[in-house]
Every structure is written in C-alpha cells, then in structure tokens.
Design a protein around this ligand. Structure first.
Ligand SMILES: [Zn+2]
Length: 300
C-alpha cells in the first residue's frame, strides 16, 4: 500500500509528542518499525519477560508500531508513581491491575482515602492478577514452553480440547505410537497431539508433544473426521476407571490446557472429555478423572 509509510511516520511522531510524565522516573520506549520485544529488551538492558509483565502484554509477537512501552527498572518489581490531582487509590489499583490492599501494604498506608498530591507510591508489577507470571509458566518447564511456543499454530484451526486416558496402568507415547501405527494402521501414528506420563513408562507428569501437534495434523482420537479436524487430543497415561491421575499429571494437564486455550484462542468451555464428546460410546477418561475440578482450576 502506497500510503502506509506516511501513516507509520505520523504514528511515531504522534506518540513521541505525548506527555510522558504520568510516572515519574519511569523510562519509556516507543516501538518503531522492525523492532521486536527481544531487541527492545536488549537495547534497554532489561529482560523481555520484565517488559511483558510491566506492560501486561498478552501476545508478545504482536507489538504495534508506535506503542509506548514502560521500561521497568532493572531488577525491580515495582514502578514509582506520583499521585496527581483527582487520583484515588482505587483508580490507581484498577489501572495497574492490582488491589487497594496490596498498594496500602506496599506503601504502609494507614488510610486508603488519604493519599495526597505529589505523594510517591510503589506499584507492584508482580503478584497481582494481570501482571503476575502466567500460571502456565509455573506449571510447565521453561524448555517445554519454549518448544510449544516455537510450534506455529494456524489461526482459528482448533476449536476444542478433548481429554482421554490410555486405559492402561502403564504406558508411553512411544508405545501408543507403535500401537496406533502397527495395530490400528494409522499412517500418522500416535492418534493424540499430546501424551502425559504417569511414572510408569514415561516420567510422572512428563508432557510428550506428538508429531500431529508439531506438524499441525488432524487428530485420530475421535470417531468423526470433523471432530478430529477441530479438536486437540490429550491422553493421560493411566486407567482412571480403577485409579486416579497423579498430582503431577493434573498439574501438567492444567499447564498444557492453559497454554493451548490461550494460544489457540479456545474458550475454556470447549475443554471436554472423550466421554462427553461421544456420549454413550466410551467411559474414557474414566470415572476418577474430574473435568469439573480441571475446569475450576482453569477458572482460578
Ligand atoms: Zn478416549
């Protein structure tokens, strides 16, 4: 488009002219064409994660040109804010996605109604809902998250997640892959996109990323082709008709599902079980698997 460069220039100038005094002592960076978060982080001597947290960035790969980013202080986990006329603690808390009680505690405030103009406040960057480390990051290993993030997922490709069990007390992704290839004659092998081990054949809580996920192929875990096209299949090793999934499996499952619903834009209501997807056909993933408890963990 011919007019595009002109628009970009206006955006950059427009933002550069904005006042930058709402947070005293805080550095900013205006995103320019060709810059990504890693570059901006290195340039400013802070970590990419710290910028993501300080700005509550949902999709680090989509940073628009002209966006004004807060550059957090090195090693600090709070911002300095100077109270202006008309400010209330409640409004400041809402704006920075924290709470009045956290602000009161951090700043030793006796009375939340008595902040005064010019008063310096510390605003926490972690430990509050919107700015804290996403829960998936505490449930999944850094290396697994990195691997997951490197897989290119097609937009709007996946509509739901279906959970299965292997119906065997012992098992592994490799074993299931062989079974699906050799016995079930599935060309793409392992019918699920992910397998989570239980310590008997695979490490307890280990997440195996299947070929079908790496290559964004249809699953082979459901009866109808249409369902396999739209649903991500996760299999937990175990027979949950006779025993419960392990705590590590449940933690890994929660982390994985959180990652998937966020990155594939799947509503958490579309996380279901094989039994609910295909009624009166199977007991999978067994009576000891509780979808309700997974749903309540996801809602936290
Ligand atoms: Zn199943």
């Amino acid at each position: 488009m011919m007019s595009r460069p002109a628009v970009i220039v206006i955006l950059i100038l427009g933002c550069a002219l904005l006042p930058m005094n709402d947070l005293q002592g805080t550095r900013y960076h205006i995103v320019r064409k060709g810059e990504n978060l890693s570059y901006i982080a290195i340039k400013n001597g802070v970590s990419r994660e710290a910028i993501i947290r300080a700005n509550d960035i949902r999709n680090p790969n989509l940073i628009r040109i002209g966006k004004k980013l807060i550059i957090p202080e090195k090693g600090s986990n709070y911002l300095n804010y100077v109270v202006r006329k008309g400010d209330s603690l409640g409004e400041i808390a809402t704006h920075y996605r924290t709470t009045i009680s956290k602000l009161s505690q951090l700043n030793n405030l006796r009375d939340a109604n008595s902040i005064r103009i010019g008063q310096k406040l510390k605003i926490p960057l972690t430990g509050s809902s919107g700015t804290s480390k996403p829960r998936e990051e505490s449930l999944l290993s850094t290396s697994l998250l990195k691997e997951l993030k490197n897989i290119r997922v097609k937009n709007a490709r996946w509509k739901g997640i279906v959970i299965h069990h292997s119906a065997t007390t012992v098992g592994s992704a490799k074993g299931l892959d062989r079974y699906h290839k050799e016995q079930r004659k599935m060309q793409n092998g392992l019918a699920y996109h992910f397998v989570i081990g239980n310590g008997k054949g695979m490490r307890d809580g280990e997440i195996y990323i299947g070929n079908r996920w790496k290559n964004q192929l249809d699953g082979g875990h459901l009866k109808l082709e249409k369902w396999n096209k739209e649903n991500i299949g996760i299999c937990l090793i175990g027979n949950f008709q006779i025993h419960h999934p392990s705590q590590r499996q449940i933690n890994s499952l929660e982390g994985l599902v959180r990652h998937l619903i966020k990155h594939c834009d799947i509503p958490s209501s579309e996380v279901t079980t094989h039994r609910l997807k295909h009624k009166n056909h199977t007991v999978c993933p067994g009576k000891h698997f509780s979808l309700k408890s997974l749903q309540s963990r996801l809602a936290r």
